[in-house]
Write a protein that binds this ligand. Structure first.
Ligand code: 3PG
Length: 307
């Protein structure tokens, strides 16, 4: 009997775990749960004899891979797989996958939740602003970017995107204006929604050069990864531009400085909340379980990210 471990420091909604169990039960696989673990040794112990692993942002390090004696497949139930040590997986012949698109709507909705909360001053009774007719720039038009564009149009925003990896036609089909460079996007748009992955090229790539181009009352909305921001340069912008705000799903490392020096110009979540909905957990969790079964039963590697 194949054994599947769900290791989630930030657990899935109970309804999602129930649904995942139905999928694994049907396939005759055993499901084991490790939730809210506080010590990586617990993770190492539980992973030691499983055939498959489902995680969220949990770090699957070389250490975890070494401990996972029987592991053949690991699925990151979500989009960004910067938490998986792909080289360590590849070296042991472990297939690594993600579940692209499954939690993207939840992430996109949070971007707007943060925007509305911010421009209505945290609902403190003082007059705020509206999103209608404002320019929104979507930096990277993947699954989240696409959902952001749909919601933005509902709000009556003027929507732009820049993504060198997605064809102009594909973006235009969604009723979104295409810009040819990141510089143009930041220069044009008062609101920028950051939806780029965190990798060697993008880490610390958003800094002074781009942010200083943004128009008056600019707002950077980051539902991607805090690591893509150059925080020294972010602080420089905060200091120079009294009209700049930063809304981020996960606070930056420099949170103390921003909280102390720039009140009213930020919104930070305590924990990554973008995908933290029942719906997203169910979709990403079921997809992860199904992909594991499809891999073992049919050799399906469609969503493999370490090919
Ligand atoms: C993702 O990459 O899918 C999101 O950042 C969600 O991460 P989470 O599963 O840790 O909430």
């Amino acid at each position: 009997m194949k054994k599947v471990l769900i290791a989630t420091e930030k657990p899935f909604a109970p309804a999602a775990v129930e649904q995942i169990k139905k999928v694994t039960d049907k396939a005759g696989y055993q499901l084991v749960l490790l939730e809210k673990y506080t010590d990586v040794d617990e993770f190492k112990k539980e992973v030691s004899d499983v055939d498959a692993l489902i995680v969220r942002s949990d770090k699957v390090t070389q250490d975890i891979i070494n401990a996972a004696k029987n592991l053949k497949v690991v699925v990151r139930a979500g989009a960004g797989y910067d938490n998986l040590d792909l080289d360590a997986c590849t070296a042991k012949g472990i297939v690594a996958m993600n579940t692209p698109g499954q939690n993207s709507n939840a992430v996109a909705e949070l971007a707007f939740g943060m925007m509305i909360y911010h421009i209505r001053n945290g609902f403190n009774g003082k007059p705020g602003n509206e999103l209608r007719d404002k320019k929104l720039g979507i930096h990277a038009f993947g699954n989240v970017g696409m959902f952001v564009s749909e919601i933005a149009k509902g709000f009556g925003m003027d929507v732009y995107a820049y993504d060198p990896f997605v064809s102009t036609d594909e973006i235009k089909k969604k009723g979104v204006k295409v810009l040819e460079s990141a510089e143009e996007l930041y220069k044009t748009c008062q609101y920028v929604s950051l939806n780029i992955p965190a990798n060697d090229t993008t880490k610390k790539s958003i800094g002074y050069q781009l942010l200083s181009l943004m128009p008056k009352d600019s707002k950077l909305v980051n539902t991607a990864r805090k690591e893509v921001i150059n925080e020294d340069e972010l602080l420089k912008i905060f200091e120079e531009r009294q009209d700049f705000s930063y809304l981020s799903d996960v606070a930056p490392d420099c949170i103390d400085i921003i909280e102390n020096k720039y009140p009213g110009r930020y919104v930070f979540t305590a924990k990554k909340m973008g995908a933290q909905t029942s719906e997203a957990n169910i979709k990403a969790g079921i997809a992860a379980a199904q992909q594991i079964i499809n891999y073992f039963e049919k050799g399906d590697t469609k969503f493999q990210v370490n090919k």
